[in-house]
Design a protein around this ligand. Sequence first.
Ligand code: SF4
Ligand code: SF4
Length: 222
Amino acid sequence: MIVANRKSLEEILTMLKPYRKVLLLGCNECVTVCATGGEREVGVLASEIRLARAKEGEEIEVREQTLERQCDHEYIDQVRPYVGDYEVILSMACGAGIQYVAEKYRTKMVLPAVNTTFLGVTLEQGVWSERCQGCGECILHLTGGICPVARCAKSLLNGPCGGSSNGKCEVDKEVDCGWQLIVDRLKELNQLDRYEEIIPVKDWRNSRDGGPRKRVREDLRL
Ligand code: SF4
Ligand code: SF4
């Protein structure tokens, strides 16, 4: 899932300063799972905004709405009948959702209420961890199912570096060295011989380095 963190109330209030009528949009997908931008968080943020403005003696109208997804135009279209009644949209979706809403309502300012952070997993209640950077050319079959791009601080394809110590990364002693994890996993799989193979240079044009990416499935197009 895409993991995001809510921005501080101070930052959100600063962005909202010029506005009196706000459409606050949540999303029912990833940001709901990571407890950042779903219906519950929309309710909490709306209350915080109203209270903060009331303390300042300033009026504000906040309409709360949570869409199934903000990365799909059919759901974004649901607010079209009343989006014109609001000066600004404050979105609690990931960066993709926020931008798609802005693309659909081009004359409306759309503000981000969250910081989109990474593609990750739920380790336990309230704890999420990064697993993938969407590099466009997956090599998990070479690394025992552990991603060196996302889990090594230097994204080394052949590691570890000289800073790996006691299984921890030199960048942060609290963080496991990604390459130590790979070696341990290959051992568990009885495939340590794979570690002897040099992983070839990746074609980073399939990653962000090649510019914004697009995927087209002709068989699915109408
Ligand atoms: S190799 Fe690329 S696609 Fe595969 S998990 Fe790592 S970043 Fe994601
Ligand atoms: S210590 Fe390990 S995880 Fe950290 S940068 Fe070096 S190889 Fe990567």
